[in-house]
Design a protein around this ligand. Structure first.
Ligand SMILES: [Zn+2]
Length: 103
């Protein structure tokens, strides 16, 4: 087994060092509701089929199911676990939105 590197900071993680494997599964969460009137459904299906023709197989698979795996060092694992959605760097943080509503 060879040395690995932290996917976040690039730190070398030699054999035997403390490291964490992160495995993420992203699944399409279809709730059974189609947001179209029945009359529009065949038109929507045609539009969807046309869109699918322009996508490659990998894109189509990723629309439904995606797996991502990477290794993190101890420090980056703590940061990732504390904020897995990276919400601290979102363009419009929630508190900014609230400030805008108050003014
Ligand atoms: Zn790291």
């Amino acid at each position: 087994m060879s040395d690995k590197y932290c996917a976040r900071c690039g730190k070398m993680l030699p054999e035997g060092s403390l490291k964490y494997m992160v495995h993420i599964q992203i699944l399409s969460d279809f709730d059974g509701v189609l947001p179209y009137a029945e009359d529009d459904l065949s038109e929507e299906i045609q539009t969807l089929l046309k869109k699918m023709e322009d996508m490659d197989v990998q894109e189509l698979e990723d629309e439904v199911y995606q797996e991502i795996s990477f290794v993190l060092c101890e420090r980056c694992k703590k940061l990732f676990a504390r904020d897995p959605l990276n919400s601290e760097t979102v363009i419009f943080p929630l508190n900014k939105k609230l400030e805008n509503l108050i003014h």
